[in-house]
Design a protein around this ligand. Structure first.
Ligand SMILES: Nc1ncnc2c1ncn2[C@@H]1O[C@H](COP(=O)(O)OP(=O)(O)O)[C@@H](O)[C@H]1O
Ligand SMILES: Nc1nc2c(ncn2[C@H]2C[C@H](O)[C@@H](COP(=O)(O)O)O2)c(=O)[nH]1
Length: 228
């Protein structure tokens, strides 16, 4: 059983790479609840009012996904539960949560993490982090086109996104729940370049082989077509 989790800022390419990787490895993809998330547009319209509710919503859906993923055979998750606190702490630091909400959130998070410790498989096997610069992040957010994430919707999002990138650096450095690796999301256009996509897949496969999670002679199953 192998569980891979993707991490990275908004628009880094996590969902895209989750699909590509799951297809390539012949495993199941698990996606974050975004387009069906009723709280997300409310949050972008009034972050102070909805930061806590959104976080509880995400934490709950991530908890469900990770529980399912840790009981299934092989799979890929498009964001880790370990990034949940990064988002909430950042929002709390800019005044979008009361101290009661912060305390309640951390207590809930710790309770949930303790539940995960009781699972037959406690941790993912590999974290694949997609690193992007601010410019790449913005280009991808524009390309994806969710209205409430655009700078034209709210100019303060520039600060929010830059801050998010700053929070990711120490977060990745500290992350120690599993082996980890970085994909250069600025250089590697795994959506439109077949060559770049193969480079990324080769890097991940090499890491899985090094960890003993794939046999040394593993090759892509011939009937698998990589979808972009
Ligand atoms: N490496 C990449 N090169 C070019 N475009 C990308 C790349 N990764 C993602 N994209 C595009 O950027 C947008 C955001 O990607 P997405 O996978 O939704 O990011 P995330 O899940 O990290 O928020 C999508 O339109 C996707 O097609
Ligand atoms: N406040 C929070 N917002 C979050 C969290 N997780 C995701 N998000 C937002 C960011 C994007 O607008 C959207 C989807 O994220 P992607 O990175 O997949 O584009 O949801 C969170 O924990 N807190």
């Amino acid at each position: 059983m192998t569980v891979i989790v993707l991490s990275g800022p908004i628009g880094a390419g996590k969902s895209s790479l989750t699909g590509i990787l799951a297809d390539y490895l012949g495993t199941k993809p698990f996606y974050e609840s975004v387009d069906d998330n009723p709280v997300l547009p409310l949050f972008y319209a009034d972050p102070k009012k909805y930061a806590f509710l959104l976080q509880v919503y995400f934490l709950n859906t991530r908890f469900h996904s990770i529980k399912d993923a840790l009981t299934e055979d092989n799979n890929v998750l498009d964001r880790s539960i370990y990034e949940d606190a990064l988002f909430f702490q950042m929002n709390a630091d800019i005044g979008r949560a009361t101290s009661e909400e912060v305390d309640t959130y951390y207590e809930l998070l710790h309770n949930m993490m303790r539940e995960l410790d009781n699972m037959p498989k406690k941790r993912p096997d590999l974290l694949v982090h997609i690193k992007v610069s601010y410019n790449t992040m913005i280009k991808r957010i524009q390309k994806r086109g969710r209205p409430y994430e655009q700078l034209s919707y709210d100019a303060t999002l520039e600060d929010y996104y830059k801050r998010l990138l700053r929070y990711y650096k120490p977060w990745y450095k500290k992350y120690n729940y599993s082996p980890k690796m970085v994909i250069d999301g600025d250089k590697l256009d795994f959506m439109t370049s077949e060559k770049d996509r193969q480079i990324v897949l080769d890097q991940i496969v090499a890491k899985l082989k090094e960890m003993g999670k794939l046999p040394k002679d593993w090759d892509k199953p011939t009937d698998v077509k990589i979808k972009a």
